[in-house]
Design a protein around this ligand. Sequence first.
Ligand SMILES: CC(C)(COP(=O)(O)OP(=O)(O)OC[C@H]1O[C@@H](n2cnc3c(N)ncnc32)[C@H](O)[C@@H]1OP(=O)(O)O)[C@@H](O)C(=O)NCCC(=O)NCCS
Length: 364
Amino acid sequence: MLEGPKVPNEKEFEKVLEFLNHKLRPEQGWSIDKEYPTVLNMANRHNMNIVMSEDRIVSHAVLKTLIVKSPHLIYKVGAIGSVVTDEEFRNQGLSHKILNESLNSAKQQNCDVAILWTNLYDFYRKLGFELGGYEISLSFERTMAYDSAQYKYSKDKNVSVEALAKIYSQHSVATIRSQDEFRKFLSIPNTQLYTVWNLNGTLAGYAIEGKGADLSNYIHEWGGSVTAIKNLLGYISHVKNHPFHFIAPRHSVNLINELRKYADYVNEGYLGMIRITNFEGLALKIKKAFRNVGVSDFVFEKSNGAILFGCNGDLYTIESEKDLIPLLFGPVDFDTQDIFKPETAQKLKTLLPLPLWIWGWDSV
Ligand SMILES: CC(C)(COP(=O)(O)OP(=O)(O)OC[C@H]1O[C@@H](n2cnc3c(N)ncnc32)[C@H](O)[C@@H]1OP(=O)(O)O)[C@@H](O)C(=O)NCCC(=O)NCCS
């Protein structure tokens, strides 16, 4: 007899962790909640969903809501993770049921979109997700020079979270985080913090590599000026003496252009798989953002089951919300699409594709 999807009760919470450790982290010396301290915890229990058979947990997924500020709009994003079904219970639709429950819950909590990271593209397409957004990955295989006269460097984790939070807050697109969250993230196993300091002792920048079982040799979070980051990567290349990758949002144009000079490879990928969870709310936010930049004839609405998208009379009809993902978040090039008149493409490009980014510590 299967029970659920349901939210685990307090007693079942420990069993959820045991199930996830057994299925997803069999080889690790730590419990998975240490990797996701703000997600797999009692305070977020209401966003966990499980299916049980007798006393056993057989399927699970968790949602974490994030408030992401960006230059023109503030998103509420539902990040979904730790999706797993016991081998014995697969192909019975349990994950589909649980994920639909997580998506309902995201909608109820006013999330504009849900996001997840996976390579099971077709599995998630059936649930309305599509690949979208941008992620630029730069690979460094050789050592790079760094300036020791202007900056000091460290790999000591004992850094004030106030200083880190201050640099983080300068990002144009970032999840709103408390200092306590920074403290928790810093204690994730296999997380290495590298810092660069001005000679007067103030923090100039930071870079974070690794996150539990994931993102080894990936710098998935960083902050500071282009010069500070470039020099910090030089320091890291000497300390590690091992190839590493640096992940950046596409809107970090100046930094990416500078780092391209030193990178061995540059790859443009997707941010993740994205699904719209609240069309009306998101459409309202985007229309308002367009009005704020002086584009008052932007059309984005549902009519007879289809979605109308464009400006004034130059409209494109879209059948499914999934097809909106590249138009809203990229990858898209309005100039080469041949869908819109040049003047419409020009207007759409004032805001689209919208910059959306989730820093590594917030990924689920
Ligand atoms: C991926 C995973 C979570 C799927 O779990 P699941 O409970 O078997 O998923 P579902 O049963 O809902 O869907 C699996 C397949 O069965 C199909 N299915 C859905 N409902 C069904 C039903 N009622 N009866 C039979 N099959 C069904 C689905 O369409 C899906 O087909 P697809 O693989 O061709 O897309 C599971 O294989 C797993 O735990 N893998 C290891 C961990 C992992 O990779 N997690 C994902 C990380 S993002």
